[in-house]
Design a protein around this ligand. Structure first.
Ligand code: SAM
Length: 318
């Protein structure tokens, strides 16, 4: 049996592309109280997992993202809305069901291989540290935060905790997400409103307030290559900052066998493609400024998350 290891504060700083000093107290507390122990998986297990991923990608039970997938999200989020109401609006019920896996079948990508976490909430807690750090660092200077593709609104709890005074706008193309946000506002008195907004067809009449940031978390992922009108919508509205936490194809290494599988996964599922290349082109054209691009780790079973922070360049007023 492989020996037990543990991720510590300095590992998290490395995962996020920052320094230990930059990790705030709130994240340190989560790191201390969570169980981030893991084992490396053996070479034999790695071969077995790679075979399993290939079988899954080559099979037909993964749904393809895009415009036709809306009904799948409608079904998922209406079930989670029902559970949220039935469970007295407990925030823990907002964890998307597809995130939960039995611990004996949970493996995360790490350092060209996989690790087997000891705690079933490893990935959830890892993401919690990332979110508190990333949102706290980049969203602190705006008055309004708009999350697009907010799903169950799981990120609202963190944003409301970090920034009780800011106005939070929780939007998705699915009506149940709007309803969940409305319940949150009523039950918890969070400063949050719910909206229906389709990123494939941005509504020019949807009001974006001054001093605003946009956020997507695994949501642009669902757009394949159909994100240009939405990005133009952000630029036109002269937002202050855009934070994307998404799988970013360009940051993967095609010569690495696990990264190559991630790319295969992205194409099979019609996930986000060519996005960073597109942003870099907009930057060359003088339309936006990219502030930070960072691949993070550990990843999930099929892919890693990266974050990109960028902002439109606002024309100078003389
Ligand atoms: C993987 S889930 C992520 C949800 C949430 N951001 C989170 O962190 O749990 C993807 C979300 O994107 C939403 N979505 C997909 N396409 C969309 C579109 N065109 N406009 C708005 N939301 C969309 C889905 O309904 C779903 O809520």
């Amino acid at each position: 049996m492989e020996k037990i290891r543990n991720f510590k504060l300095k590992d998290f700083a490395g995962f996020f592309g920052t320094t230990v000093q930059d990790i705030p107290e709130v994240c340190r507390k989560i790191i201390t109280k969570s169980d981030f122990r893991y084992r490396l998986v053996s070479a034999t297990k790695l071969t077995q997992l790679i075979r399993e991923i290939n079988r899954k990608i080559d099979g037909d039970d993964l749904f393809v993202a895009g415009k036709k997938a809306k009904s799948i999200w409608q079904k998922r989020w209406s079930a989670q809305l029902k559970d949220f109401v039935a469970n007295d609006f407990q925030a823990t019920v907002l964890v998307p069901k597809y995130v939960k896996k039995p611990i004996n079948n949970t493996y995360c990508r790490f350092d060209h291989g996989f690790i087997a976490p000891l705690d079933e909430n490893f990935e959830l807690n890892w993401k919690l540290v990332l979110k508190y750090w990333l949102f706290g660092k980049y969203l602190k200077n705006v008055d309004h935060i708009y999350e697009f593709g907010c799903g169950t609104g799981i990120n609202m709890a963190i944003l409301a905790d970090l920034f009780p005074q800011k106005k939070l706008h929780c939007s998705d193309w699915v009506d149940s997400s709007k309803k969940i946000a409305e319940h949150m506002s009523k039950q918890y008195h969070w400063n949050v409103s719910g909206h229906v907004f389709d990123m494939f067809h941005p509504d020019p009449k949807f009001k974006i307030e001054k001093n605003s940031a946009f956020l997507t978390f695994g949501a642009l992922e669902q757009m394949g290559t159909g994100y240009e009108s939405f990005i133009n919508f952000a630029i036109k509205n002269k937002i202050d900052l855009f934070v994307n936490v998404e799988p970013v194809e360009e940051l993967l290494d095609k010569t690495d066998s696990l990264d190559a599988l991630s790319i295969k996964f992205i194409y099979k599922r019609n996930y986000l493609r060519n996005y960073l290349t597109y942003l870099r082109r907009l930057q060359t054209e003088g339309k936006i400024k990219i502030q930070k691009v960072q691949r993070t780790c550990p990843g999930s079973f099929y892919q890693d998350l990266s974050y990109i922070v960028w902002r439109p360049i606002k024309p100078k007023i003389n």
